[in-house]
Design a protein around this ligand. Structure first.
Ligand code: PGA
Length: 258
């Protein structure tokens, strides 16, 4: 199973700060064979990241893309454009996109199809709100999200998707799912993927996102179905992000028995 550590910078850093962080990561992360490392800087810094990370074994992802490949969509960026500058993946369906920009799973599904069409890796985010968890409907919510966004994708294409479970109540709040809550939901997601895609589900990485930091990563990554992390806040600091990569490499070297 692949292990992935992906950094979601969100709308942070100016050009000079971005360059400093990218260069620090290029130097510090090194060639970690066991972990696929990806960073997702804001659009204006993607080309810079691709150039500076060419020899660093760090992939570059966008934080969003439009569902159409071209067209009159002022202010939008397509998968074709991203692919043409060497961006290899894109985060889609992040809860902030859902909350502030009304992104639905139906739209996210089209984005996934566009990304797969150009040969990019979609990192599909799902996860429940605090109110869903309190009501006990968190599994149902995640199932509905997955069915709508991933249902239209063929099993062969689903094998190229990465899923990130991001409980919305844990994002940027300092709250994290307990390792048990994370593993329980990841196992559920794996089961749903099996229903949608059959055997390929076993090899689809499921990342945890939501206040993952060096001091809680080891326990969360110990879950049998936790295959890495999507890191927000801690990805803005080279030292913390590099430490997370090291922790994930150690966890990948000693996988728990499912
Ligand atoms: P966080 O963000 O690590 O700052 O909680 C995670 C995310 O939104 O991907």
């Amino acid at each position: 199973m692949r292990t992935i550590i992906a950094g979601n910078w969100k709308m942070h850093k100016d050009r000079a700060e971005a360059e400093t962080l990218i260069d620090a990561l290029a130097e510090q992360v090194g060639n970690t064979e066991r972990v696929e490392v990806i960073i997702a800087p804001p659009f204006p810094f993607l080309a810079l990241a691709v150039e500076h990370l060419r020899d660093a074994h760090i992939g570059v992802a966008a934080q969003n893309c439009h569902e159409a490949l071209h067209g009159a969509f002022t202010g939008e960026v397509s998968a074709v454009m991203l692919k043409s500058i060497g961006v290899s993946a894109a985060i889609v369906g992040h809860s902030e996109r859902r909350q502030y920009y009304g992104e639905t799973d139906a739209a996210v599904s089209k984005k996934i199809i566009a990304l797969l069409h150009v040969g990019m890796m979609p990192i599909y985010c799902c996860g429940e709100l605090r109110v869903d968890r309190e009501k006990g409907t968190h599994f149902e919510v995640v199932r509905m999200q997955m069915n709508e966004a991933l249902g239209p994708i063929s099993p062969a294409d689903l094998a190229k998707v990465v899923v990130a479970y991001e409980p919305v109540w844990a994002i940027g709040t300092g709250l994290t799912a307990t390792p048990q809550q994370a593993q329980e939901m990841h196992a559920f997601i794996r089961q749903e993927l099996r229903t949608l895609a059959g055997e390929v589900a076993a090899a689809i990485p499921i990342l945890y996102g939501g206040s993952m930091k060096p001091d809680n990563a080891k326990e969360i990554l110990a879950g049998a179905d936790v295959n890495g992390g999507l890191i927000g806040g801690a990805s803005l600091d080279a030292g913390q992000f590099t430490e997370l990569v090291r922790i994930a490499a150690r966890a990948a070297a000693h996988p728990s028995i499912p």
